[in-house]
Ligand binder design. Structure first.
Ligand code: HEC
Length: 197
């Protein structure tokens, strides 16, 4: 009796192992999403200048009022991301509710963003294995108080008019502090190292 149960357990274990090997052989390992410090260091490092420069541009722009900050954002945000997209590295930010339709993301980023949207408790950055020996990194962008002036429920009328004019397809209002605004993303050749290392 005991022996039978033991056999069954061993058979079960074999089955699980076999299934796993078949999956690996077929190349269909579960979507390789990694979290944790070691895995995410490279992506975080590549994103740092984008985040820093955007923040600086926003702060500098806001000092002369939100209307001015919009122009700064409009001209500088895409230019900053472009300037950092070199050597097989592509970098950007996106949202499920875009202000600028040009900020649309690659498909793998959209998939990760959907998974963040589906799980409010999951705000950890992730590393994703991509085709052609490339790797991707995503990091959630959460709405802060500072963002509400331009992404909140009610905007100042002159601001709203300005945004309407610059971004006729704007979907990026109605956010509250703590909401997921979108993600930063970067993709790069696996194993590549930045000049800072
Ligand atoms: C002064 C107004 C203003 C403020 C304040 C502001 N934004 Fe924006 N935001 C914009 C504009 C304008 C764009 C479009 C930029 C472009 O053309 O790429 C934008 C675009 C974005 C995008 C890119 C995706 C998209 O919708 O096109 C994200 C993400 C974003 N903002 C997040 C934030 C966050 C987070 C904050 C607060 C830390 C913030 N913004 C504060 C005006 C603002």
């Amino acid at each position: 009796m005991k022996l039978n149960r033991l056999r069954r357990t061993i058979d079960d274990a074999r089955l699980v192992l076999a299934a796993g090997l078949v999956l690996i052989a077929l190349g269909c390992t579960p979507r390789a999403t990694l979290t944790g410090e070691t895995a995410t260091v490279r992506g975080a490092e590549l994103l740092a200048p984008l985040k820093q420069e955007l923040k600086q541009a926003l702060m500098a722009g806001m000092q002369e009022g939100p209307l001015n900050a919009i122009s700064v954002c409009k001209d500088q945000a895409p230019a900053i991301a472009d300037a950092l997209s070199v050597d097989g590295i592509e970098i950007g930010r996106t949202s499920h509710r875009l202000r600028n339709p040009a900020n649309v993301a690659p498909d793998w980023v959209t998939a990760e963003m959907q998974s963040y949207l589906g799980d409010a408790a999951d705000r950890a950055p992730k590393v994703v294995a991509l085709l052609d020996d490339r790797e991707g990194y995503v990091e959630p962008i959460v709405v802060q108080a500072l963002c509400i002036a331009c992404h909140g429920e009610t905007l100042a009328p002159d601001l709203a008019a300005h945004i309407d004019e610059a971004y006729p397809e704007d979907e990026a209002t109605g956010f509250e502090v703590g909401d997921l605004r979108g993600v930063y993303w970067v993709e790069y050749p696996r194993g590549s190292r930045s000049s800072t290392q």
